[in-house]
Design a protein. Sequence first.
Length: 307
Amino acid sequence: MNSKTDIVTVLVTELKDLSKNLINYKGEKAKRKVFRKVCDDVYQKIDNQITITNVRNMIEHFMSDQSLKTKELIKGIIKSVDYGNFPKRVKIIEALDNFDKRHQTITDQTLEQFELNELISLERFNNFVRYVPSPSRLFNKLMCFISKYDFEYEDYTFIDVGSGMGRSLLLASHHPFEKIIGIEISEYLNGIAYQNINKYDSINQKCVNIETICCDALNFNFPEKNTVYYFYAPFPDHMESHFFRRLIDFTSETNNKFILIFLESSLPDIPGSELFRLRSSINFEDFVEISSLRYNAKIYTRDNIKF
């Protein structure tokens, strides 16, 4: 199996088929035995040993919950990896948008944590989400939105939290930010971002001061700079609060200006903070011929920024 998206497709298909047929097996012992057999068959179809280990560990993690019956176990695994037609629609839009072909970069893949070509801990699997590239046109529209605030690009650092393969860093470089920083926990994705940055060549590029940092965003040291933070759903819901509480605490101790751009994030803590004000709530539809995706974006600014 060479295509990484096939891993999810095969796993989900096999488990859905098994779920329908469980009625043919009597008792949990028999059901669990056939479940293991199906999983072993899936492992045999994967040609990357690291990916096999990641998928096996993910499934063993679910199996460690002894309270789950086999049908509930299957349902939990499918729910954690199956996003329906979303990856397919992203793939269609990416192919027609043609960002990578135009710039000779690699940013258009959609990858689960366990699909990355690196060993993934259970903590990573539970606390971090799949990689999806930022939609190019929507990102450019968001950059236009913030230009109407009390804002000069040269006075701000741009930070993408969960920068993946670096798509948003490259797009941000079309604006004259003082500096551009990407934060990414995956060494594999961060390495690809580094290569993309080094090979990126665009007549629109106005900032070449770009840095990618491989670290857990929860341990990131916020710079004492005016900053634009960009979030394209980098955390699962239960982890977002940890990051934003740290950001709010940091904000309360500095006079720097902050602009927060959220694309498809649930935003715990920020709406209730007295330090930030909601400036814009925008609904986008990224539509290319036969496929479309709807997005919601919110832009908050520090209360010391004029509007």
